[in-house]
Design a protein around this ligand. Structure first.
Ligand SMILES: Nc1nc2c(ncn2[C@@H]2O[C@H](COP(=O)(O)OP(=O)(O)OP(=O)(O)O)[C@@H](O)[C@H]2O)c(=O)[nH]1
Ligand SMILES: C=C(OP(=O)(O)O)C(=O)O
Length: 236
């Protein structure tokens, strides 16, 4: 068994699908043309928090050149989609990124890309907690999302053959695969746990405090949504 120091080097991997296909569950409150900008803004705020936390080795797996432009603004790198295999497209994309950076880091952190309220302290604390658990012998550790069913962050030992299991009920899937759940009582890291898929998630992220780019993107939607009775996240 290999033991890691808590000060292990960390590579961060995210996956973003084509913007035209992204965040369909927000379609009722954000029109198509604004939704692409909103998804890009949430990615930018996520990458902003990662940068502020001091994690410099960042890879985003995406087929979308507009996403690649956002990634380049943060000095991060883009990897194209892998060939289709047995895994879901999301897990195939993440595993492609994880495999690519494995030789360069002690730990690989797979992070959701829509963490519009993420801040550096939450991310740093969670990755430190994961590093400590992995240093004690686990192959992987994760932070569940706000609902408890999904996963906001999965950290794997780079040398371990741990396959990501993002998707429906991924928290249970990661737990069953042997990953250690961090802060299972959900007392900490609300800003990390709030991935934005639905209007309700967006409301919670607004309450927590959005990153600046998401706030700007939503301001542009607000002009439309103020007169829209479905603009739930703006009426709070
Ligand atoms: N690179 C890549 N990323 C993906 C793929 N599928 C999903 N993702 C990303 O994985 C995260 C979660 O994906 P989903 O929940 O399936 O999609 P979503 O865009 O968040 O939302 P919905 O359209 O409402 O399901 C998002 O960051 C997606 O952009 C894929 O095939 N390739
Ligand atoms: C993919 C996941 O989340 P979502 O579909 O909510 O983005 C997940 O939590 O594993």
């Amino acid at each position: 068994m290999v033991f890691m120091p808590v000060s292990s080097s960390v590579a961060v991997v995210l996956a973003v699908k084509r913007l035209d296909a992204a965040k369909s569950r927000l379609a009722a409150v954000v029109p198509d043309d604004r939704r692409r900008g909103l998804v890009a803004a949430m990615l930018a705020d996520t990458l902003g928090a990662v940068e502020e936390a001091g994690f410099a080795a960042v890879t985003v797996v995406t087929p979308d050149p507009r996403v690649a432009e956002v990634v380049a603004e943060f000095g991060a790198r883009t990897l194209d989609e892998p060939a289709r295999g047995d895994l879901s497209p999301l897990n195939a994309a993440l595993l492609h990124g994880i495999d690519d950076v494995r030789p360069t880091a002690d730990l690989v952190a797979a992070l959701q890309a829509d963490l519009a309220a993420l801040d550096a302290p939450a991310l740093t604390e969670a990755i430190d907690a994961a590093a400590a658990v992995i240093a004690r012998g686990a192959d992987a550790a994760f932070v569940a999302d706000r609902s408890g069913a999904g996963t906001a962050l999965l950290v794997v030992r780079a040398s371990a053959a741990f396959t990501p299991r993002f998707g429906p009920d991924s928290a249970a899937a990661h737990r069953e695969a042997g990953a250690v759940e961090l802060d299972p009582a959900h007392r900490r890291w609300a800003r990390l746990r709030t991935d934005v898929d639905t209007p309700d998630d967006l409301s919670v992220a607004v309450e927590l405090g959005l990153g600046p780019r998401t706030r700007d993107a939503l301001d542009s939607v607000a002009d439309i949504a103020r007169s829209d009775t479905d603009g739930v996240f703006l009426r709070r």
